[in-house]
Design a protein around this ligand. Structure first.
Ligand SMILES: NC(=O)c1ccc[n+]([C@@H]2O[C@H](COP(=O)([O-])OP(=O)(O)OC[C@H]3O[C@@H](n4cnc5c(N)ncnc54)[C@H](O)[C@@H]3O)[C@@H](O)[C@H]2O)c1
Ligand SMILES: [Zn+2]
Length: 674
């Protein structure tokens, strides 16, 4: 695969996983797999700078804010942190700092709390509003939910305007307890305290948030209009006085050697803490020096996060069992002779996937080294081969789903073996929730609780059954009535008219999110055509690659999936692209690749994009020889330089608006040449 194609695919995949991790609080892959995708992308971008896209996730923070919450633009951008994994990384950081601001440097070292970042705004002594990090620029307004956290003061003495940033977290004890309840109720476990904190805080109903034992540590004063501080440590002391629950144990140091000693101490003792930390954050203390060093698009240059290595111990691997996750991934889990590790008793460890087991040559009855990393869930790192006795038994991943019995698949280029049967009981509830969700079929009133109820009462077995529900079946359910039953039936019926991309997205094909669903809908126009698409046709699509193509092909091979789709069609659910009035718009940009860059004076980026697409053009993000023209606004940056280098026509908004009124492609070309 060409570098360009792979970059495109990596961007699609990373965006997809960002969406799952940051927006749905339910990652589908392990952090280390995600980090590998990101590393591969960064490496390819470094090797091919001309292919680097402005919208690459490698220069952005986190996910995108969900529109179920009110969106807020942060007064101060909420960035991420760059990472260090070794003493050497820390020393490099130290050199960079000293090079930038001189030898006289002080650092503050703090815990890196494993939670969710929030910003809090105060004015006139009152807590006014608070938001999640979102994409760093725009976050979600979660003020009401934050008000339920008792360690967030609602009133402070400071009367000026100020913004603080902190980490909302959940204690280790509560994390373990909640996961225990999840396990008892056969619900998915939370991967780490961060996902749990995030899920709890981003509830639409703050009463639900109030039920979760959330707490907060404040770690930065972002902005204050009534005072001036010289150092970060001074500002933290001040925040303590104001009644904030400031990150404990922060300390000031002069040299990296002392910092390393301090970090070593906490590496040993972090288990004594009641809350989870996944590293230590080192920050330049002097605020003027911070300003001098500045920021990258993603993180401050004056801080770095040191991530703890995992703790390890030896034990016996008694058995390997498999579990089908809510996304269909079949994960092998090691059953261990219990040991104490990093403060908790460990009797199970994840083996990730088939390759992992093969690479490490892990067998039942082996003596293994187990580690607990930032992810909380322990893993088997290696087999102690010298301790083999000949009693070891080889393990094979199941060829059939242990829950529904359908054949399992392993997609090209993917590590996971999966059950992709959309009516597999192990994943059905989640699949239906996804189908009805806003980004998919958008069925009003069909939320998690009613879906659970319908499943419990055996009224539905898969998504197609929704369209066969009768009002009388619903109105008798708990907390439903005649009116809400009618509303629900109407909403379900209305969704039959949805455009094709919603249907495709709703199917929950692995790795196919909203964006990919839209591409598939506009390319194939008809579900039947998509169902017969070849792998090569799919790979050729923009932003697609082998892994995604494979996932689509495999999905439509599965007989169960076909029968659900047939049932949906019979119910009258639309499976064709809805060609809107856009049909009348002349396709003057047919076959053209148009790059949008910078901020346009009046048009919003998305609007310009839509105008291009409605006229048959492709709005792309990287300038190349095949670019037809560039529509540039203010601060257009590197793309503009590149277009000029390649001799590609650059136009402004005014000119663009002239083009829009033309009737034929020839007219456009003539106009561009003049
Ligand atoms: N598994 C997946 O699908 C998936 C997807 C996306 C991201 N991820 C994981 O998420 C990580 C990236 O997340 P990130 O960008 O939030 O970075 P990060 O969590 O590694 O570090 C930045 C965050 O640390 C927090 N923090 C805690 N204590 C702090 C302190 N004392 N000072 C300053 N900040 C403090 C802040 O909230 C800040 O936002 C990666 O390691 C990646 O593996 C996983
Ligand atoms: Zn199954």
């Amino acid at each position: 695969m060409s570098a360009q194609k792979r970059i495109e695919e990596l961007i699609s995949l990373i965006n997809y996983h960002n969406e799952k991790y940051y927006n749905q609080d339910s990652p589908e892959i392990e952090d280390f797999e995600y980090d590998n995708l990101m590393k591969e992308l960064i490496k390819l971008e470094e090797e091919n700078p001309e292919l680097k896209r402005n919208d690459s996730p490698s220069n952005r923070v986190g996910g995108k804010p969900l529109d179920k919450f009110e969106q807020v633009v942060h007064k101060i951008p909420m960035l991420s942190l760059s990472n260090a994994y070794s003493w050497e990384d820390l020393k490099d950081f130290d050199s960079r700092v000293r090079e930038a601001v001189g030898a006289d440097v002080e650092y503050v070292v703090e815990f890196k709390i494993d939670g969710l970042s929030v910003g809090l705004n105060y004015n006139n002594g009152i807590f006014e509003s608070g938001a999640t990090r979102g994409n760093g620029i725009v976050g979600e307004n979660i003020t009401k939910n934050l008000m339920t956290i008792k360690n967030i003061p609602l009133n402070i003495d400071e009367k000026g305007e100020l913004t603080v940033r902190g980490e909302v977290y959940i204690s280790k004890k509560d994390f373990e307890e909640i996961n225990k309840i999840q396990e008892e109720q056969d619900q998915p476990l939370y991967a780490n305290p961060r996902n749990l904190a995030a899920g709890s805080l981003r509830q639409l109903d703050s009463k639900l948030t109030a039920k979760r034992p959330l707490d907060i540590f404040i770690f930065n004063l972002e902005d204050i209009n009534s005072k001036q501080f010289k150092t970060h440590s001074e500002s933290l002391e001040y925040l303590k006085q104001q009644g904030f629950h400031v990150s404990p144990e922060f300390k000031v140091f002069k040299t990296m050697d002392e910092i390393i000693e301090y970090i070593k101490y906490w590496t040993e003792h972090r288990e004594d803490l009641g809350f989870g930390i996944d590293g230590m954050v080192i920050k330049v203390n002097n605020l003027a020096q911070r300003e001098q060093m500045g920021y990258t698009a993603k993180s401050p240059r004056w801080a770095i996060a040191y991530k703890f290595p995992a703790e390890r111990k030896e034990t016996k691997l008694l058995d390997i069992v498999v579990e089908v996750g809510r996304t269909g991934t079949i994960t092998p889990t090691a059953v261990l002779e219990p040991i104490r590790l990093a403060g908790t008793t460990v009797s199970r460890a994840t083996l990730h996937n088939e390759d992992y087991i093969n690479e490490k040559d892990i067998k039942i009855n082996d003596t293994v080294l187990v580690q607990k990393a930032g992810d909380i869930i322990p893993q088997v790192v290696e087999v102690i081969k010298e301790k083999r006795t000949g009693e070891e038994i080889e393990f094979k991943m199941p060829e059939e789903c242990p829950v529904c019995g359908e054949p399992t698949v392993r997609l090209e280029g993917e590590a996971a073996v999966k059950c992709i049967n959309i009516s597999c009981p192990a994943q059905i509830r989640r699949g239906i929730i996804h189908f009805a969700s806003r980004e998919a079929m958008d069925i009003d009133g069909l939320g998690e609780s009613i879906i659970t109820l319908l499943l419990k009462q055996d009224l539905i077995k898969d998504i197609s059954d929704l369209y066969y529900l009768k009002k009388e079946q619903i109105s008798v359910l708990e907390r439903m009535g005649d009116k809400s039953a009618t509303n629900l039936i109407n909403a379900i019926n209305k969704s039959k008219e949805n455009d094709l991309w919603r249907f495709i997205n709703g199917l929950g094909i692995k790795l196919i999110g909203t964006k990919a669903a839209k591409i598939l809908a506009s390319e194939f126009k008809d579900l039947d055509k998509l169902m017969n698409a070849t792998e090569q046709e799919l790979i050729n699509l923009e932003e697609f690659g082998q892994t995604m193509a494979d996932s689509v092909v495999e999905f439509f091979k599965e007989e169960k999936n076909i029968s659900v789709i047939e049932k949906l069609k019979e119910a009258g659910v639309n499976t064709k692209l809805i060609e809107s009035d856009d049909a009348d718009i002349p396709k003057i940009f047919e076959k053209m690749k148009i790059v949008l860059t910078g901020t346009l004076p009046t048009l919003k980026r998305n609007d310009a994009k839509e105008m291009i697409e409605k006229r048959g053009g492709k709005a792309t993000s990287s300038v190349s020889k095949s670019t037809s023209f560039v529509l540039a606004g203010e601060e257009a940056g590197s793309k503009l330089t590149k277009a000029n280098d390649l001799g590609i026509k650059v136009i402004d908004e005014e000119k663009f608006l002239q083009l829009i009124d033309l009737k034929t492609t020839d007219e456009v070309i003539n106009n561009l040449e003049n």
